[in-house]
Design a protein around this ligand. Structure first.
Ligand SMILES: [Zn+2]
Ligand SMILES: [Zn+2]
Length: 398
């Protein structure tokens, strides 16, 4: 750890404090205008204008129309550390994942670095990368494919939660769509001439519920009926449903898929329908831990007096497209408190907390710890090398 970096952290902290009202307004504006995956035009415009106004060099529409990159240059050629923003919302329940806070913290870190330091006094550069479509779009996978992370040595972001935790696992996901094909008929006068595709989809849900007892405790299977028929007087000739099959272990996700397929075929056979099962080619990878980056982040949390909360041990795990990134470059995805204990993500309650004084606190903690940790990685080539060694070793326990 360079002494240089630690002295600069005081300036960084002050810069975040100075920007805080503006950051909170930005967070509220994004929260008040929830935009779904790939359609985050307003958030993209507000975040890029904000970063530009504070001196970052901004490129808009990088890799995806609503992605961006803002660069804070260093003293010369060297490594690149990326701070990530997310800013998409959920259908129907708005910013119930608090991505407005992720956006404000990430952009705040970048703006504070640019404001406090101008040009970074170390080789290399820090980028703020705007990554759209986390909720259902796997935007980071698309940005990886588009080469946006080429040349990035390490990446970090924060996510809001009901407690501050540097490390929490996240699950891999195989997404799968099932369609059942039956035969339409009048549901009252000729029901025996129909083949009921809704019965097939109901059978599938029941079969999966029966299977649930025989799956590993970390696994999750959950779905919705996307198309359940047209109206009650027509025997449904077509139904479709979408499921996520999740586990800590990528291979086990595919074991779940194999069993899911058998359930779908069984449901089709039982009802006289035919089934088509279509897995999404994009697999969400589990998050790979990076012990060195996690340690640096935890140290910075202590420095700003925002220590980790104990793990309440109650909640299960979600998933993130950051998992895919973490399998390609050293990455951390710590959580900062933006709600009281026990408030579930993706709830209307959490959406309210994402616009609360606690969320303002999460923006401060997130922006400071992100900026300081990114700076640590540039200031100390040893630390960055250690992070790369962790990555090469397969992660290691944080
Ligand atoms: Zn979410
Ligand atoms: Zn989220």
């Amino acid at each position: 750890m360079s002494v240089g970096a630690d002295a600069l952290k005081v300036k960084l902290g002050q810069a975040v404090d100075g920007l805080l009202d503006e950051l909170e307004q930005l967070s509220h504006r994004i929260h008040d205008h929830p935009e779904l995956c790939f359609k985050e035009e307003k958030a993209h415009a507000w975040l890029t204008d904000f970063l530009e106004s504070h001196g970052a060099r901004v490129e808009r529409g990088v890799g995806l129309p609503t992605a961006f990159r803002a660069t804070i240059p260093g003293a010369g050629p060297g490594p690149t550390v990326a701070i990530l923003c997310e800013y998409d919302a959920l259908p129907g329940i708005g910013h119930a994942c608090g991505h407005n806070v992720i956006a404000a913290a990430g952009a705040g870190a970048g703006a504070a670095l640019a404001r406090a330091l101008g040009r970074l006094p170390f080789s290399g550069e820090i980028q703020v990368i705007g990554t759209p479509a986390e909720e259902g779009g796997a935007g980071k996978v698309k940005l990886l494919e588009a080469g946006v992370f080429r040349g990035v040595d390490a990446a970090l972001m924060i996510h809001g939660r009901c407690g501050t935790r540097v490390w929490r696992p996240s699950l891999g996901i195989v997404k799968v769509k099932v369609e059942f094909f039956g035969k339409a008929a009048h549901a009252s006068s000729w029901p025996w001439r129909g083949v009921n595709a809704l019965n097939a989809v109901i059978h599938l849900f029941v079969a999966l519920d029966a299977m649930r007892q025989q799956i590993r405790p970390d696994a999750r299977m959950h779905g919705i009926i996307a198309n359940g028929g047209a109206q009650p007087n027509i025997i449904p000739e077509y139904t479709s449903a979408e499921f996520y099959l999740r586990s800590l272990d990528r291979d086990y996700c595919f074991e779940l898929l194999r069993r899911f397929q058998a359930c779908a075929e069984g449901a089709a056979t039982a009802t006289g329908c035919t089934a088509t099962v279509t897995p999404d080619p994009t697999v969400h990878e589990p998050l790979k831990p990076n012990a060195t980056m996690a340690r640096l982040f935890a140290r910075n949390l202590a420095l700003i007096d925002a220590p980790e909360d104990p793990d309440e041990g109650e909640a299960g795990y979600g998933s993130t497209d950051c998992g895919n990134l973490s399998q390609v470059i050293p990455t951390i995805h710590p959580y900062v408190r933006i709600s009281p204990d026990g408030v579930p993500g993706h709830s209307r309650e959490f959406a309210e907390w994402a616009r609360s004084p606690l969320a303002r606190g999460g923006i401060v903690v997130g922006a400071k710890a992100l900026a300081m940790t990114a700076l640590d990685l540039l200031a100390s080539p040893d630390a960055l090398q250690q992070a790369k060694d962790d990555f090469a070793r397969g992660g290691g326990a944080p």
